[in-house]
Design a protein around this ligand. Sequence first.
Ligand code: ATP
Length: 252
Amino acid sequence: MPSAGDVIIKIEDAVVSYREDVALRGVTLTVRRGELVGIIGPNGAGKTTLLTLVNGLGKLLRGRVEVLGYSLNGGCPDILRKRIGYVPQIQNIDPRMPVNVWEVVMMGRYGRLGLLRRPGSTDRQVVDCMLKLVGMSHLASRPIGHLSGGEQQRVAIARALAQEPDILLLDEPTTGLDRRARVEIMALVNEIHRSRHLTTLMVTHELRTAAEVCDRLVLMKEGRIWIQGKPEEVLREEILDLLYGDEEGICS
Ligand code: ATP
């Protein structure tokens, strides 16, 4: 069993392309157990694609990916998939969707349950516990489409945590939320990361808050890791000017 500080994600010289678009152009990254790593950069830089490499969905043209000691070059072994929780970008959910908050979080258990087993009391307890952790117990029976964006994100985080993962991947968890909800979600991610001893990779455009909560920031541009290090080392004005060019509207 790896201990805190061991390298548990190792990406070497990864090249990924979607037909004519090269999304990653030789990315090398290691992440140690217990780190909270923020991945930032302009649109199209390859940030989401980098996450897909860690959860085994990325198609490598070249390079190597190893997560928790398993090679992902031949796809993601089932045993590993359960250990990686994924919170996708905020989705538009049809308000008529006949599924409530509790049932959505239970979906996070299915990877552990397998197809044939029905949820037992442990599974129900885990779902209750994760809803409590994200502050959503009081809305457990509400239809999932009847929530605010911030509440939906909390449920998405609870669903990923219900898997009881070692690694948590979040793709822009605050996009589209108002300022208050953005601050609350970032604080929740930080708290959960520390209290559940996770290793967390978070794609975000929230530079200022990311600097406060992340142990390390990875700045990406044009399919490459451009610079990485402690937030205070990399979030310097001259670096950000070069990273984003003249782009406006960088979240702060
Ligand atoms: P954003 O901040 O806009 O979400 P990103 O940094 O996460 O961007 P990616 O989504 O990884 O960037 O995309 C990297 C490149 O790969 C882009 O040029 C994008 O158009 C392309 N790309 C991503 N997904 C696909 C896909 N499924 N099919 C074709 N091209 C894709």
